[in-house]
Structures are given as structure tokens and as C-alpha cells.
Design a protein around this ligand. Structure first.
Ligand SMILES: Nc1ncnc2c1ncn2[C@@H]1O[C@H](COP(=O)(O)OP(=O)(O)O)[C@@H](O)[C@H]1O
Ligand SMILES: [Mg+2]
Length: 326
């Protein structure tokens, strides 16, 4: 396991930024089969911390255990071993439920209710008074971008996936929660829907909410999250800020022509030549010395781009490494 996972200890967070979620060796084994005699180890001992105001992304391939971890945090299922705290209270504490919101992976929204009726139902569960509901429901509909006419008149069986996801999001926010848990909020949405969902999440972040979300869409996570963790086969393989994980070291992607092949090979990694005589490769170091050297051998630059190690490259490398280690 990467040492970065223990950043909780190695990198103290300021006292005014207390943890919202903290888990200690959380483990979940499901029993399945007709006689409940088969065991599925969904989570292998997961310790992580999420701080107030953070947008935290839990990444992992399908079946990694992301939904299991979220359900444990929400107290929907109980851990087989280990423990955790949510807003300072043990997982499953009933009082805490008033202060959190949850958008499930495949929300079951009542087909024959309108969006508005469903939000009234959700508000009723939190015992939000009628007069407060009358203000809050239209505000939430506006926030999630669902037209009032659709919410009022259409039954949800006539909603598109994007509209359902919006109602689901409004439902998750009905009690003005401090912490919002989102399970794959972007999945199944078209590019515009994803963009809008991202804007909503960024708006919540700006309002100071703590957001914990599961995703396998890496580009979304890269754009939204302050910190991430990668879960694979029930095991947390790393956690940290994007800066910590991807590094700030810069890689230059260089295209050029001319020069001496052997000298170029010394400078550039992944060097490849094209039939038109041009070449390309990557450079990790400062490029000034390379440019001097290129000038000396009468080579030319066609283009030079700065590119950071992408989350996707990192993600794949981490999973490969785990496969290698196991
Ligand atoms: N209720 C359940 N009973 C038995 N196995 C389950 C149950 N829920 C999830 N699992 C198993 O636990 C593993 C992790 O599932 P899940 O947490 O849904 O992963 P993810 O959300 O990352 O796709 C999978 O192997 C899945 O089949
Ligand atoms: Mg899931």
C-alpha cells in the first residue's frame, strides 16, 4: 500500500478543519447463496478520513466496494469489523441522519408521483414544516435545473434519466445537509447532463458543503475533487490530494525534426520517429538544456506541450501494481 494513505498522520490538517468521516479498518463480508454459506469480502479493512468542506472522490472499477463503503458510512448496512465516525458520532447514529443527504446509485423514485410530490414526501420524512417546504422545493428545483412545470405536472415515469437524476439530487438536498453522499452521480447522463451535475456539485462546494462521491468517471473527479482515494477489490490502494498523487513534476511532450538520433535518445523518453522525418518524445527535466543541445545538432522544435501525469494514467498504474503485488 502506498505510504500516502497515511497522510492523516503525516500531514496534519488544521484544527479548524475537523474530520467529517473517519473510518478505522472497516470491513464488510456479505453472505450470499441460498444457505447464506458463501462469503463475499466487499471491503477489506478500510481506513480513511474526509475533512470538512472537502470534495472527496472515491474511485474504483465496478465491484470494487464503493457502494458498500458508502452504505456503511450511511448506516444502511453494518460493518463486519472495524468502526467509523460520521460527524463525530458512531456510524448508524440516528440523529446524524438529519444532517446528511444521499443520492443512491439507482434511486428508486416513485413512478406515479410527480417530482414535486416526491420532494414533499422526502421533506415530510425530515418533518420539514409545510411553509418551509413551499419555499425550499422551488429553490431546489431551480438549483438542479428541473422546470417547475415538469415537476408539478409530470409523473416521474415520464422523466428522462437526466430529469430523474435532478429530482434525486433535489431530494438529497431537501434537509439542507452538511454532508452529501453521491453514488455515481454522473453515470448514465449525457455530456450536457454531466456538465450540469458538475456545476451543481461545484455550487454545493462553494456553499461550504462536504461532498463524498463515488465515481468511475475519472475526468469528472479530476475536475471537481480536492482529494481522492482509489478502491480496488475491496482494498484502499491510495488516498491523497491530486497534487500529492499525481505530483507537480512536469512532463514536456516534444515534437521536432533533425538532430542526432543517439543524442535525442539520451534526452527523450518514449522517442518515436515518423516517416516524414519528424520525431516525438517526452522530457522530464528542464527543457532549456535540451533546446541548447538541439540547436548544437541543428535540430528544430515543431511543438512543445506541458502535460501533467493524468489521473487516468495514475489510476491504471495503481491497479496494475495491485495486480502485480497480489
Ligand atoms: N447485498 C450483497 N450481497 C452479496 N454481495 C454483495 C452485496 N452487495 C455487494 N456485493 C458484492 O460486493 C462487491 C462490491 O460491490 P459494490 O460495493 O456494489 O461495488 P461498486 O459500488 O464499487 O461497484 C461486489 O463483488 C458485489 O458483488
Ligand atoms: Mg456502486
Amino acid at each position: 500500500m502506498k505510504s500516502i494513505i497515511d497522510n492523516q498522520e503525516s500531514q496534519p490538517h488544521p484544527i479548524d478543519n475537523p474530520s467529517v468521516v473517519a473510518t478505522f479498518d472497516l470491513r464488510k463480508v456479505y453472505r450470499s447463496g441460498f444457505w447464506l454459506n458463501q462469503k463475499v469480502v466487499s471491503l477489506k479493512g478500510c481506513s480513511l478520513t474526509v475533512y470538512r468542506g472537502e470534495t472527496f472522490g472515491l474511485l474504483g472499477p465496478n465491484g470494487a466496494g464503493k457502494t458498500t463503503l458508502l452504505k456503511l458510512l450511511l448506516g444502511i448496512i453494518r460493518p463486519t469489523a472495524g468502526r467509523g465516525l460520521l460527524l463525530g458520532q458512531p456510524l448508524g447514529d440516528r440523529q446524524i441522519k438529519q444532517r446528511i443527504g444521499y443520492l443512491p446509485e439507482n434511486p428508486y423514485l416513485y413512478d406515479y408521483l410527480t417530482g414535486w410530490e416526491f420532494l414533499e414526501l422526502a421533506a415530510g420524512i425530515f418533518q420539514i414544516p409545510r411553509n418551509v417546504q413551499r419555499d425550499r422545493i422551488p429553490q431546489l428545483l431551480e438549483l438542479v435545473g428541473l422546470p417547475l412545470a415538469d415537476a408539478r405536472k409530470k409523473q416521474m415515469r415520464r422523466y428522462s434519466k437526466g430529469m430523474l437524476q435532478r429530482v434525486g439530487m433535489a431530494q438529497a438536498l431537501i434537509n439542507d445537509p452538511e454532508v452529501i453522499f453521491l453514488d455515481e452521480p454522473m453515470s448514465g447522463l449525457d455530456p450536457l447532463g454531466r456538465y450540469q451535475m458538475r456545476e451543481i456539485i461545484l455550487g454545493l462546494k462553494a456553499a461550504g458543503k462536504t461532498i463524498f462521491f463515488n465515481s468511475h468517471i475519472l475526468s469528472e473527479v479530476e475536475q471537481i475533487c480536492d482529494r481522492i482515494a482509489i478502491l480496488s477489490k475491496g482494498e484502499l490502494i491510495c488516498a491523497g490530494s491530486l497534487q500529492e498523487l499525481l505530483g507537480s513534476s512536469n512532463t514536456y511532450h516534444i515534437k521536432g525534426r533533425g538532430g542526432d538520433r543517439q543524442v535525442l535518445q539520451k534526452w527523450l523518453a518514449n522517442l518515436a520517429f515518423s516517416h516524414d522525418g519528424s520525431w516525438q518524445g517526452t522530457l522530464q527535466e528542464d527543457y532549456y538544456d535540451f533546446l541548447d543541445s538541439l540547436r548544437l545538432m541543428s535540430g528544430q522544435i515543431i511543438s512543445l506541450d506541458l502535460s501533467r501525469y493524468s489521473l487516468e494514467d495514475f489510476f491504471i498504474a495503481q491497479l496494475e501494481q495491485q495486480k502485480h503485488n497480489s
